[in-house]
Design a protein around this ligand. Structure first.
Ligand code: ADP
Ligand code: MG
Length: 359
């Protein structure tokens, strides 16, 4: 890892810092934040900057064009400090003139220019700052203004959260083959198979479930009934030997009609015995339709097997985190990644724009 990190900034006293944070959380109809994990992961860097005397403005997004204005009181509580709200980049200058607490800019994705990585928007955004810090691993695979274009303008560094992500994911990339077990399930196979393609070279086992497993089964000519299978499964799997002995497919299932919705007990047991002997386990993607209790059994059994194993345990993916959180086992993992797509992309060996620019 050769990223420049926040520790390398010698003097932060009164320096103006643009902090790309990660507040992309789900909220319910009442506007209540449902999961505070991502927000809490920002505290270390924010507190460090405050204690060093920096003046901080946070830029972050929340999915679905929502506004941060109503969430600020909840952010106070979760972050343990007061946060101001800044409606648009043209108010940054006046915010600094009357600075008293860190300020959060409105949902960055509601401004034209963010998504398309506009240099003009990045110029406007970075105008008042001395430093840029990326502390949002989950967006680092995006070429967007507050992730990459701004980092080309300002001296740019990684925050603690980003550093921690890379340190842990590098363990997955660098660990030796023996005892390295990769568990991949869930849907969106086009984001998952590239990760398998990259990791299989030095892994002992790839355990599969969910729609990902269905794609493999279909490719091998198995009858999957009317299970969910990616239309372009052949294209997605091309370049991968589906008969590679390290790729383990489920051997029994829980179905609704002919539709596979979970792995069966025999599979869960076989996977658990492999996990038991592992030295490092990384898991992304539920084994089945865990939203329905009848089809959460496989996912829960895998979670329990991992937590009982002596292996170094890493977990990632929004739905996987939800599934494991439901049964209260998240804190048994050595590292929980805040990045779903970004984690898969990094493990697939891709160069992430938000990280490359910090090197
Ligand atoms: P993550 O967010 O952890 O990366 P994904 O978004 O890839 O995971 O996949 C999670 C989704 O996959 C869940 O909504 C789950 O219900 C679904 N899923 C898992 N197995 C199956 C299956 N056999 N058939 C249909 N959907 C499935
Ligand atoms: Mg998901």
């Amino acid at each position: 890892m050769s990223m420049k990190t926040i520790r390398e900034i010698a003097d932060l006293k009164n320096k103006k810092v643009l902090l790309r944070a990660d507040f992309d959380v789900s909220i319910n109809e009442k506007g209540e934040i449902l999961e505070t994990f991502r927000i809490r992961k920002q505290k270390g860097t924010l507190n460090y900057l405050v204690n060093k005397g920096a003046k901080i403005i946070l830029a972050a997004h929340i999915s679905g064009d929502k506004t941060f204005s109503d969430l600020v009181p909840q952010l106070h509580i979760i972050l343990g400090r007061e946060i101001g709200f800044i409606k648009s980049p043209d108010q940054i200058e006046s915010y600094f003139n009357n600075y008293s607490t860190p300020g959060l800019l409105e949902n960055i994705r509601t401004f034209k220019g963010e998504i398309e990585d506009s240099k003009e928007f990045a110029g406007e955004l970075s105008k008042n700052f001395d430093y840029y810090i990326n502390n949002s691993f989950a967006v680092s695979h995006r070429r967007q203004a507050s992730v990459s274009a701004v980092a080309e303008i300002l001296p740019a560094y990684a925050g603690f959260q980003l550093e921690e992500e890379i340190r842990n994911l590098d363990k997955v990339l660098n660990a030796s083959q023996e005892g390295k077990v990769i568990i991949i399930g869930g849907a969106k196979a086009e984001t998952k198979i590239p990760t398998i393609k990259n990791l299989i070279r030095n892994s002992e086992y790839i355990l599969t479930g969910g729609v990902v497993a269905n794609d493999f089964l279909k490719a091998k000519g198995e009858d999957v009934g009317n299970s969910v299978v990616d239309d372009d499964f052949e294209k997605i799997l091309s370049g991968l030997d589906v008969n590679d002995p390290r790729i383990i497919l489920p051997s029994d299932f829980k179905r609704k009609g002919s539709k596979i919705l979970d792995i069966g007990d025999e599979t869960a047991e076989k996977y658990s015995s492999i996990i038991k002997l592992a030295k490092l386990v990384i898991w992304n993607g539920p084994m089945g339709l865990f939203e329905e209790p009848d089809f959460a059994v496989g996912t829960n059994k895998i979670a329990e097997a991992i937590t009982k194993s002596a292996a170094f345990k890493i977990l990632g993916g929004g739905d996987t985190i939800t599934a494991v959180g439901r049964i209260g086992l998240l804190n048994k993992f050595d590292f929980v990644s805040t990045g779903g797509g970004a984690m898969l992309s990094y493990l697939a060996g891709d160069k992430l724009p938000g990280i490359e620019i910090l090197k």
